[in-house]
Design a binder for this molecule. Sequence first.
Ligand code: NAP
Ligand code: MG
Length: 484
Amino acid sequence: MTELEQVGERWDYAPAPESREIVQLRDRYGHYVGGTWREATDTYTTISPSSEEPLAQVGQGTAADVDAAVAAAREAFPVWGALRPAERAKYLFRIARILQERSRELAVLESLNGGKPIKESRDVDLPLAAAHFFYYAGWADKLEYAFPNSTPRPLGVAGQIIPWNFPLLMLAWKIAPALAAGNTVVLKPAETTPLTALVFCDVLRQAELPPGVVNILTGDGRTGAALVEHPGIDKVAFTGSTEVGKEIQRRLAGTGKRLTLELGGKAANVVFDDCALDQAVEGIVNGIYFNQGHVCCAGSRLLLQESIAEQAVDKLKRRLGTLRVGEPLDKNTDVGAINSAQQLAKIRELVASGEEEGAEIFQPECRLPEKGYWFAPTVFTNVAQSYRIAQEEIFGPVLSVLTFRTPEEAVEKANNTAYGLSAGVWTEKGSRILWMAERLRAGVVWANTFNRFDPTSPFGGYRESGFGREGGLHGLAPYLELGE
Ligand code: NAP
Ligand code: MG
């Protein structure tokens, strides 16, 4: 045993579980349509991925449910869209404040249903979800200033489909700008993480949002497909995989419906030899192990300048040994559960391909719980650009390390991907940051930090990462008609 390990043994953390008491779930949920609960004809069981424990029965939305939800949104639109903008803002401010008031409850539920560590749902998901409502509430009555020389008008009904990695936060990214612009909404959360969206319906009731302005249908991809194809919607906003995004784009071609797509990524995190290395190692860890790597903009390809590669990998491996993997509701947990059995299988398959193709795998020793879905934080070295683990999105806690010698080579390798969502640069030189940012084909480039989000800052991709922006002023435009 090394000296470091001995210290670790002596100073092991005591369990610090967050209480589940604050979450009161019903046994069964329907769909939220027209301000009331619509009985679900078909249901499925949603579980906790960290224990496989059933949490509730939720609806599998049918074509009839989609019809009802779109009809409710259509009916609500003329009134909501014509409401005095300052009045619309009041509702959004109310929702934001209620999210803050109920943030502990919603954070616990997010960790329970999705497997993410409580410190992340508590310190990232919830504060950011509330911040998005606050931010767009502020714009609701200033749209003509946001888009000068135009007459901004809402589009109508937006059909919104979100993934499971940041369930409530993605809901906020979708609903807040749509409502601020005067649209009404039908939203479908991901199959595996419907619960915070369902509790959010209760938040809407508390805020006394007029019926039909927001409708929520749960279910799997079939519900999503029925929503996308419904003739009663004017716009589709989708966040999810590139594969499904492409399918949606095909379906919508020629229909005149507006579309924004936020899809996958394979971000390069580029580390130069002049950076503050210890800080960079923290950024690398945050870049790929945050939210178990279930992050579209995760820094999943680490590009190290050759002169510091060995040292950086050593430091990284040592740091990995200190990550605490386990119970999501423990306040000391750094890496929680993988979201679903399906996602775990996908991660395992890609990791096996990395080993077969010849990459060298490293995983720190960690005891994984017996029940639930888990994957140890993983680093691959000796990775060639052609390997699947350097090309495909793994969407798990798996990092592929590549090296480079010159800035030109770094750019070349960073851009050698079909995606273009985000990138990171670590260097002491401001001029180099700007030089790199100009050349990296990515919607977001972080410098000396990673995975920073702010409602005022637009987010979105190039190429196979999609099109359209969420956040900031840019995030309002897709929900508005900006003609004369
Ligand atoms: P996904 O399978 O594409 O699912 C996304 C959403 O679409 C889910 O609600 C899903 O329902 C639904 N869906 C599935 N098939 C559909 C269809 N044919 N028509 C309409 N909707 C359909 O993606 P995922 O596996 O849940 O999420 C991971 C992916 O999302 C990753 O590739 C990640 O990069 C991407 N992502 C991107 C961003 C971004 O902002 N760019 C953010 C987060 C995630 P089910 O839940 O039943 O599958
Ligand atoms: Mg899916």
